[in-house]
Design a protein around this ligand. Sequence first.
Ligand code: ADP
Length: 397
Amino acid sequence: MSSIILEARDIRYRYPRGMEAIRGISFHSRKKEKIALVGPNGAGKSTLLTMFNGMTRPDSGMMLFDNQPIQYDRASLRVLRKRVGFVLQNPDRQIIAPTVYQDVAFGPTNLGCSDAEVRDSVSRALRHVGLEGFERRPPHQLSGGEKKRVAIAGVLAMDPDVLVFDEPTSGLDPSGSEDIMELCDELNHEGKTIIISTHDVELAYPWADRAILMLKGKILQEDIPEVAFGNPESVRMAHLSLPMLLELHTELQNRGHALQGKKPRTVLDMMNCIEALFEQSKKPTLPGSITVCNADTDPDALLQGWLASHAQIAIGAMGTRAKQRADTEKITLSFTYGVIDKCILKALRGEDSLILTTAGMVKRVSQRVEAYGRESGSRIPVRDLNGTPVTDNRGSP
Ligand code: ADP
């Protein structure tokens, strides 16, 4: 298990002339964890998040980063804020410069980086969020989703270890929300710790490694999501609703169906539960295959050639750059979110599919499919556009 990066020890905080917003919270986050703080408005989620980069100092108790108590002098906070990036709920409050370039350059410039280093950080950050070519654009002319990505790029330009997002999808349409959550996954896959606050149970449930239910400045429950949300009493007390998949699972159990295996986090898990019920009558189907295209490096001719010989195939894209490549190549996408699981579901029906993704996520596809194979016993082949197997090389457990 990886080591602890952020820790709160029995912290309390009262706003000046306000009520006590944090009423005795102990919390920790391990490196590379994805944590969702979930609770109704006023639960204290945003206030708790602001403790993580020293924006707010607890009245009592202690905050630690990398096992060291956070120090609140200017120099220490500067160092801390380079390592813990904070993405505000409202990008208009985070974006301060007249052009996208200047805004993203603000952090590295302030850190005293050279012009070349600043240019490099900005172009890396903009590429990460899929906003290459936006350098000269005035942020106020951008869409809500684009502004959010500029704000994220500004944080990424500092290359933090931890990214804190206050209500990451607030104000975004469904596809903008999917893009941001996918970006969170991509960053996590690259090794960053991600902590979000949200009141959206359906968003937190399949995404988080650990869910922390909050109410009135306290933690009600914290665990893996199927356990944290599996306690109807805590969920009700936190003024939240049960995730739909858990509700369906409970309903099936209540009707006397003996469901096997773990509680479902995804539609794929749910399908496994349901299919296991029908196992006896099910005819075995030879699974289809999943082909992965590296949207960063696979040449156009290879991709177009592959597509020409696989008409009517379902295609999914993961990550902003992969979606941009699909757009450029005029590829109609069947899936833009939860892509790997949807392709696994296709494969289980005996159908083939294609996933366009960014270089860093190719391995993620084979890891997920192989993990599924180990759990379920259904081996689904994953190949690249040349037909070469893509494996995670982890072998069987
Ligand atoms: P959440 O993010 O869960 O909606 P917040 O952390 O924003 O919750 O708020 C927790 C409590 O602190 C609420 O009662 C809220 O009214 C209060 N609060 C938040 N910001 C301020 C502030 N600047 N001044 C006074 N009270 C505040």
